[in-house]
Design a protein around this ligand. Structure first.
Ligand code: CA
Ligand code: CA
Ligand code: CA
Ligand code: CA
Length: 478
C-alpha cells in the first residue's frame, strides 16, 4: 500500500479540475493539460479593424495556446497594406508578456481591458490588408515587403466582399480566402474571431468583439436546433422563455417544442417551431409582450405559468405538433434534445431514461440570489444531457452566461478505490459526482460544466500502479 504522500503525488499529476466563476463567454479555446505537453504557439486570435463611425476601438488579440502567461520575445506583429503589399506598421513584441490566460491585446486606448500596446485611432486599416506574426532573429521593419520567412500566423482581412488581396494571400495564407469583417453582421461592432473548425482546422468567424477573452464562436457543425436556455419566469414580472440554438441565420422548420410533466411523463403543451435564427444562431420563444421580442410567441391561450419549477421536461422533436397530443406519453421517437430539471423531489426515472438516457436531471435548487435561468454551456456535440446546463443570468437571444476559464483555478483531488476488481468509473461519472459533492458544499448551483480538463489520469511512475496499466480517464488503482 502506498503512502498518502505518494497517493497525493499520483493525483496531483493526474487530475486537473478547474472551478470556474461566472462570465459571459461561450467557447473554451484552452487546451487540456495533456495537450499542453505538446508544442505551443502564438496565434492571431481576433481582429477588430473596422468600427462603426470613427475607428476608435480597433484591436488585435493574440493568444498563446498554453493558456498561461507567456513571454513574447522574438515575436513581431506586422500590418501589411494590400495596396502595395508592404508593411505600414510594425510592432516588436520583445520584452512583452501575455496575460495569465495567454491573451495579449494591441489596440485603441478605449478597448477594455486596456491593451498592452496602445495604437492611435484609425491605425489598423480596414482591408484588403493583412496582419502577420513573425518569430526569429529576422528584422521586421516598416516598409518591408510581404514575406513568409519566419511567419508564425497571418490573417488576411477585408471589409467588403468585392475586395481582393491576392498577393498577400499567396504569400501569407496560400490556398485560403481573405476573411471578411462583414459590417452588416451587427448594427453595433463586430470582429473576426478564430474558432475551431472541422478536424484540427481553424476558421475565422464574424462575431461580437471579445477583446482579451475567449471568442464567441458559433458552431457551424450544428445541423439542426438544440435547447439553449430555459427561463421559468417563476416570480411576478419575469417572463418565461425558451431559447433554441441552431445554425446562424437559418430558417427553422419541422420542429416541435414539447413540455412534459416530470412526474407523470405526460405531455401538457406543445407548439410547432418555425422562423429564422439570429446571426448568433439563437431563436427565442417567449411571450408576445416581453422586453426582448420573441422570434416566435407562445400561443395566446397558453397557460400561465407555462413552465413549472420541476420536475419538468422540455423536449425538442423533429416533426409537427399533431404527433404530440396533450395527455400523451413522452417518447424518444424523433427526439433532438431534451432537458429535465428538478427543484424539489425527483423526476420519473422512466422519463429520464426516455429523454436523457443514463444522465441525471439538473438540480435547480438555486442558491444564487435573483433572477436565474438554465443555460446550455456546452455546444453542440452533446445532446439529451441535462448536466451540461447550469444556472446563470437570463440572456434571451444572447449568448449564454456560462462559466469562463478566465477565472479558473486548478484543483487536484485524490481519489482512492479500495476494490481494484471493480469496474472503474469514467471521467464523466467522476465529474458528475464531484459536481454534486461541490454543490452540496457550496450550495452555489455548481454543475458539471464548472469542471474542465482532465479527470483521473494515472501517474504511471507511481509505485501503486498495476503493471501494464497505461493510464487513461478515471483510472484509479490501489
Ligand atoms: Ca468591427
Ligand atoms: Ca480601422
Ligand atoms: Ca477574443
Ligand atoms: Ca441565451
Amino acid at each position: 500500500m502506498a503512502s498518502a504522500t505518494a497517493a497525493r503525488r499520483l493525483v496531483a499529476t493526474g487530475v486537473l479540475l478547474c472551478m470556474l466563476l461566472w462570465e459571459a463567454a461561450a467557447r473554451d479555446l484552452l487546451r487540456s493539460p495533456r495537450e499542453q505537453k505538446t508544442e505551443h504557439s502564438l496565434l492571431i486570435n481576433e481582429l477588430n479593424a473596422d468600427n462603426p463611425g470613427e475607428d476608435t476601438s480597433e484591436f488585435v488579440e493574440l493568444y498563446h495556446t498554453s493558456g498561461r502567461a507567456a513571454p513574447l520575445d522574438s515575436y513581431c506583429l506586422v500590418f501589411y497594406n494590400g495596396n502595395g503589399n508592404q508593411a505600414y506598421k510594425v510592432l516588436n513584441l520583445q520584452g512583452t508578456v501575455t496575460d495569465h490566460q495567454g491573451f495579449f491585446l494591441v489596440g485603441s486606448s478605449t478597448v477594455k481591458p486596456r491593451p498592452s500596446v496602445i495604437l492611435p485611432k484609425n491605425t489598423i486599416q480596414n482591408g484588403p490588408d493583412a496582419i502577420a506574426l513573425y518569430h526569429g532573429e529576422g528584422s521586421c521593419r516598416e516598409g518591408m515587403r510581404v514575406t513568409s520567412e519566419g511567419l508564425v500566423d497571418a490573417l488576411v482581412h477585408t471589409s467588403r466582399r468585392s475586395d481582393r488581396a491576392d498577393a498577400l494571400l499567396s504569400v501569407l495564407t496560400p490556398s485560403r480566402d481573405a476573411f471578411l469583417e462583414d459590417p452588416s453582421f451587427r448594427t453595433t461592432d463586430e470582429s473576426i474571431e478564430r474558432c475551431p473548425g472541422a478536424g484540427s482546422q481553424w476558421v475565422f468567424q464574424v462575431a461580437t468583439p471579445t477583446p482579451g477573452k475567449e471568442n464567441h464562436c458559433i458552431p457551424t457543425s450544428l445541423l439542426t436546433a438544440l435547447i439553449s436556455e430555459v427561463h421559468a419566469g417563476s416570480s411576478p414580472g419575469e417572463s418565461a422563455f425558451i431559447e433554441l440554438q441552431g445554425p446562424p441565420s437559418t430558417v427553422l422548420r419541422d420542429l416541435v417544442l414539447v413540455l412534459i410533466e416530470g412526474r407523470t411523463r405526460e405531455v401538457y403543451f406543445c407548439m410547432d417551431v418555425y422562423g429564422k435564427t439570429s446571426p448568433d444562431g439563437l431563436f427565442l420563444i417567449g411571450p408576445a409582450q416581453a422586453r426582448t421580442p420573441a422570434d416566435l410567441p407562445f400561443p395566446p391561450n397558453s397557460s400561465s405559468p407555462l413552465l413549472g419549477t420541476g420536475p419538468q421536461a422540455i423536449a425538442l422533436y423533429a416533426g409537427n405538433s399533431s404527433s404530440f397530443p396533450v395527455g400523451g406519453a413522452a417518447s424518444a421517437t424523433n427526439l433532438l434534445d431534451a432537458l429535465v430539471y428538478v427543484r424539489q423531489g425527483s423526476a420519473d426515472p422512466e422519463l429520464l431514461e426516455i429523454l436523457t438516457p443514463g444522465r441525471p436531471a439538473l438540480e435547480t435548487h438555486s442558491h444564487q440570489p435573483g433572477n436565474v435561468s438554465v443555460s446550455r454551456c456546452s455546444c453542440c456535440s452533446v445532446t439529451r444531457d441535462s448536466s451540461i446546463f447550469t444556472l446563470g443570468s437570463p440572456t434571451p437571444r444572447q449568448l449564454n452566461d456560462c462559466p469562463s476559464s478566465r477565472f479558473s483555478q486548478a484543483v487536484s483531488l485524490c481519489l482512492r478505490v479500495a476494490d481494484c476488481h471493480r469496474q472503474l468509473p469514467g471521467a464523466r461519472e467522476i465529474q458528475t459526482a464531484l459536481a454534486q459533492a461541490l454543490d452540496e458544499l457550496c450550495r452555489c448551483g455548481a454543475s458539471v460544466v464548472y469542471l474542465k480538463g482532465e479527470c483521473g489520469v494515472l501517474d504511471p511512475d507511481w509505485p501503486g500502479v498495476a503493471p501494464g496499466f497505461t493510464g487513461g480517464h478515471g483510472g484509479i488503482c490501489c
